[in-house]
Write a protein that binds this ligand. Structure first.
Ligand SMILES: Cc1cc2nc3c(=O)[nH]c(=O)nc-3n(C[C@H](O)[C@H](O)[C@H](O)COP(=O)(O)OP(=O)(O)OC[C@H]3O[C@@H](n4cnc5c(N)ncnc54)[C@H](O)[C@@H]3O)c2cc1C
Length: 461
């Protein structure tokens, strides 16, 4: 259905581990056989952003007595089949990666705001999952950033020292381990140093489908899988949301379409660029054993190639992805690519033997790649997501551009967005990091700036 529109998700995507046993009731949900003719709000996309936005809106809905749904969610493929269903399962607040860049560009307060916002997701998700009783293998652990080459280790330590010197509160959770103990603590061969902090791991598909399951019995919500939106046409104070299955009239429209947003909102083409990534699931064969790794990781390899993010599942198996520098020079493989039906050529074999060559005690484990897949991230020109009302388009809202890092950002960004949509609040009233606001200035900067901005600049490192 979606193949004649090049900006839409492809129909034959690779299958991630997380989606091997999709929820039989919800994965292809169509609340009604036909689309409703009207809805107060249409949300485009049923990933983390779309479902979290619907959840926050739904939580505050009063009794619903209208003949049409308050919220309709339109999803091009199956529920949670985009980046959320194909990610690394890593809830890793940024307490030092991009923070120095934000300090340099926008000052300490703006950078602190972002770090604290991301850190607050740890508690917010813990509370949400307990309150809603969602089982998604949520675990709280320490994320170890492990350096195995001198240059990266030196830079990592310099950033740590600079943040400590600034006395930023969130840095209290950051712990530096020097060479003496780095290998012993991390289990990574040749580790020169590591930095650790509190992080989480979860099964993203089960999280999102669990959240959706809380709302589906409400008459106020209509969900339509396999329903790609092909255009949104403003008509007076409403919008006509067009799909190959018919159109819906809506007062408000939310673009939760992540990497695919450029197809419906071409004005974001330079701001939010689809960038393909690769991820896999590694396990040991029956009868073999390997040490359980209780942490999550970002491992920078000794040759300066292939930084990988990695989590351990409760069953001891591994989800690992990244290795960007192994394919960054092959731009046709990742930059501007929305096709997640094929693997990334230079990297498809990178994770064979990864555990054996990286971790002590895994040499004879027989660990092997069981599933490998690609997914499309939405990289933002200036690294920050775009949240709020689309400039010049009243009633149209965007929440996209998470730069491969949405897990510690989206839940509360969607909460702020829901307040703007429902209560008519201004961006400044909803307590989001100021740098997230989508503005005409940010869009202009990307259009006029160097192609790719932070995306291509950071991919060199
Ligand atoms: C390989 C990979 C690994 C990652 N690892 C991590 C990680 O470990 N930690 C982390 O924090 N982040 C990670 N990310 C990023 C994270 O997954 C994203 O930031 C997050 O999932 C974005 O959620 P979303 O709902 O905005 O987008 P998506 O999950 O992509 O949802 C958008 C949805 O919109 C639908 N859609 C698009 N266009 C249309 C249309 N026209 N009509 C109808 N529907 C449409 C899509 O089909 C899709 O389902 C990773 C991403 C990838 C690809």
């Amino acid at each position: 259905m979606s193949s004649s529109y090049e900006f839409l998700p492809v129909d034959n995507s690779t299958t991630p581990f997380w989606r091997k046993a999709p929820n039989p009731l919800l994965d292809e949900l169509r609340t009604t056989p036909d689309l409703p003719e009207e809805s107060d709000i249409v949300i485009i996309g049923a990933g983390y952003t779309g479902i979290a936005t619907a959840y926050h809106l739904w939580k505050q809905l009063g009794p619903h007595d209208k003949p049409y749904p308050a919220i309709t969610i339109l999803e091009a493929r199956q529920i949670c089949s985009g980046a959320t269903g194909r990610n690394g399962g890593h809830l890793r607040p940024d307490v030092y990666n991009n923070i120095p860049l934000y300090i340099e560009r926008h000052g300490v307060d703006a950078a602190r705001e972002i770090a604290e916002f991301e850190v607050s997701h740890m508690k917010a998700l813990k509370k949400l999952l307990a309150e809603e009783d969602i089982d998604c293998d949520f675990n709280i652990t320490r994320n170890l950033n492990v350096y195995t080459n001198e240059e990266d280790a030196r830079k990592g330590k310099a950033v740590y020292d600079a943040l400590v010197a600034l006395g930023l509160g969130f840095v209290d959770d950051l712990h530096y381990t020097s060479q003496k103990n780095a290998e012993g603590v991390s289990g990574v061969k040749g580790a020169i140093s590591c930095l650790s902090y509190t992080a989480g791991t979860l099964w993203p598909y089960k999280f999102i489908v669990g959240l959706l399951s809380k709302m589906v019995h409400s008459k106020a919500i209509n969900v339509q899988a396999h329903t790609p939106v092909t255009s949104v046409i403003p008509q007076g104070s409403t919008h006509l949301v067009k799909t190959p299955r018919g159109s819906i009239r809506a007062s408000k429209v939310v673009y939760a379409s992540n990497a695919y947003t450029f197809g419906l909102l071409p004005e974001y083409s330079a701001n939010i660029v689809p960038c393909r990534g690769i991820c896999c699931h590694i396990d040991v064969p029956e009868g073999k054993e390997a040490p359980f790794l209780p942490y999550s990781y970002v491992i920078r390899s000794g040759d300066g190639k292939g930084s990988s993010y990695m989590i351990t599942r409760p069953d001891g198996s591994i989800i690992v992805g990244g290795a960007h520098s192994t394919f960054q020079e092959r731009r046709e493989q990742w930059y501007g690519v929305v096709d997640d039906s094929t693997l990334i050529e230079p990297t498809k074999d990178y994770y064979h033997g990864f555990m054996q060559r990286t971790f002590k005690g895994w040499e004879d484990s027989g660990a092997h790649v069981k599933e490998i897949w690609t997914g499309v991230m939405a990289y933002s020109f200036d690294s920050n997501p775009h949240v709020g009302e689309v400039p010049g388009k009243p009633g149209q809202f965007i929440c996209a551009g998470f730069t491969g890092h949405g897990m510690p950002v989206i839940f509360l960004a969607a909460k702020g967005l829901a307040e703007m949509i429902r209560d008519g609040k201004q961006f400044e009233e909803v307590h989001l990091p100021s740098l997230y606001k989508t503005t005409a200035e940010r869009m202009k900067k990307a259009e006029e700036g160097p192609e790719g901005g932070d995306i291509l600049e950071q991919s060199k490192h």
